[in-house]
Design a protein around this ligand. Structure first.
Ligand SMILES: Cc1ncc(COP(=O)(O)O)c(C=O)c1O
Length: 459
């Protein structure tokens, strides 16, 4: 049976909007399996749009396995396909790893720029031996008290609650499990972290991408997205992966004002933390009860520490911590002790500052050299460079032929019609400016050859 007044006040009458609405109705059980959808002509008339638009929506739903077209017998609802979709975008980004002479696809930090962990590990282990520091019991607080103190002092706003989990991705997973339900609308940056898109797809959320500029999310684009009553906005405040943009304090203030009348909560993924050159910025200073801020330590202190902190809206942070008591309970307090040590040790602090400066230098050398060679590249902050290309597949192939691995841009994008890009990680380009330049010239040559016919190539 079709629901009464099926289209309601459907604000977005594009093919995408119609497909998203049908997906939502199916996932909420309002359009059940076997229901025959109205014909393209009837829907077009009802919505006052072209039959081609409806037909495009029906085709995209069919490709997603949500409906099946039976020719003259109409289009029938199949249901939402098995949610075991897995990290399909993430797999596309990482699949080349290991097979290139120079692999710039990884998005991981340069191991030689991570602080030396040996002394911190020894000190943490000694504290455990002595019976202070890390604990052996199940009932102690999930966050090691000395780490809690360090985190509170550096948090960008006064958090209602604070906890520690196993990395920024774990934080996104656990927070989205609390905040997002099947069929909910969720706003993300139009180009963002592929595993977040995989995760939201698996949650059955209807994802809306918002555009950005050099200062962060575009206010107009966010205002328009809020018309769809999303439950959440996921954003990266600094060193946005993949574009490298860090949000300005002025933009954070503007976004806060736009968000205030809505009900959406904000999840900020500050995944690059201390290696970002821009100062920390958060919407939590304007609306602490609606923001959950994630601070990652993988890029600055090591991916295998597997630690990130979550702080902000008490209801959400408590829900994450409480649910986790039915799983691992807490993140290793031994490793939390190592992190607390590294965050307060002068040598480790200096080492992270050195890494921050080294990444900034590599970014500017790489972007300047690419620009000189006529390639449109940006990397305001962080460890990645986002490069505009004519055709992603040709660019990847041209680089692969020279033994260079890069990430395809499409897994990062919400909407396949966005301009094509590839991403390279500067963490993998080692050496002085003089040593880096020839490598970048090789990349630029590969990318230019991608758009040049063989007979037009410079000799
Ligand atoms: C935007 C973003 N969020 C989260 C993560 C995952 O961080 P972690 O290693 O702390 O899980 C990354 C890793 O590259 C990232 O780029």
């Amino acid at each position: 049976m079709l629901p009464e007044n099926m289209w309601g006040q459907l604000p977005d009458r594009s093919a995408r909007g119609i497909a998203a609405e049908i997906r939502r109705l199916v996932s909420m059980g309002l359009l059940s399996e076997g229901t025959r959808l109205p014909t393209v002509r009837v829907v077009a008339q009802e919505l006052g749009i072209s039959p081609t638009t409806v037909s495009e929506a029906w085709q995209s739903l069919s490709r997603a396995g949500i409906v099946a077209s039976h020719g003259r017998n109409g289009t029938v609802v199949l249901g939402i396909p098995d949610p075991i979709l897995g990290p399909r975008r993430y797999r596309r980004v990482t699949q080349g790893g290991g097979q290139f002479a120079l692999d710039l696809s990884s998005g991981t930090p340069d191991p030689s720029l991570l602080p030396d962990m040996q002394a911190a590990l020894l000190r943490a282990a000694t504290r455990v031996e002595r019976g202070d520091g890390a604990s052996m019991t199940y009932v102690d607080s999930a966050v090691l008290p000395e780490l809690h103190g360090v985190l509170l002092r550096r948090w960008p706003f006064v958090p209602g609650a604070l906890t520690v989990v196993d990395g920024a991705m774990d934080a996104l997973d656990r927070i989205s499990a609390v905040v997002v339900n099947r069929g909910d609308r969720v706003v993300v940056e139009a180009a963002c972290f592929p595993p977040l898109l995989d995760l939201l797809e698996q949650s059955g959320a209807d994802v809306i991408g918002v555009a950005g500029d050099a200062e962060g999310i575009s206010p107009d684009s966010l205002s328009a997205a809020l018309d769809a009553n999303p439950v959440a906005l996921f954003l990266q405040p600094r060193a946005q992966n993949p574009t490298g943009v860090s949000m300005t304090p002025g933009r954070a203030k503007q976004l806060c004002e736009i968000l205030k009348p809505s009900a959406a909560v904000v999840i900020e993924d500050d995944h690059s933390g201390d290696i970002a050159s821009a100062p920390v910025v958060s919407l939590g200073t304007g609306m602490p009860d609606r923001v959950v801020h994630i601070l990652g330590f993988s890029k600055s202190h090591g991916p295998d520490l597997r630690l990130a902190a979550i702080g902000g809206a008490a209801a959400i942070v408590h829900a994450v911590a409480t649910r986790r008591m039915l799983g691992p309970g807490w993140s290793s307090r031994l490793l939390q002790g190592v992190l607390a040590d590294l965050l307060t040790d002068r040598a480790a602090i200096a080492s992270v500052a050195k890494a921050r400066a080294a990444y900034a230098l590599r970014r500017s050398v790489v972007v300047d050299a690419l620009t000189t060679h006529g390639i449109d590249a940006r990397a305001d902050d962080g460890i990645n460079v986002w490069i505009a290309v004519e055709r992603e597949s040709d660019a990847l192939l041209a680089l692969a032929a020279r033994g260079i691995g890069a990430s395809p841009g499409s897994p990062f994008t919400v909407d396949a019609s966005q301009p094509e890009h590839i991403r390279i990680t500067v963490a993998g380009i080692l050496g002085t400016a003089a040593e880096i330049e020839p490598i970048v010239a090789e990349i630029a040559y590969a990318l230019r050859s991608e758009r040049t016919q063989p007979w037009q190539r410079p000799s």
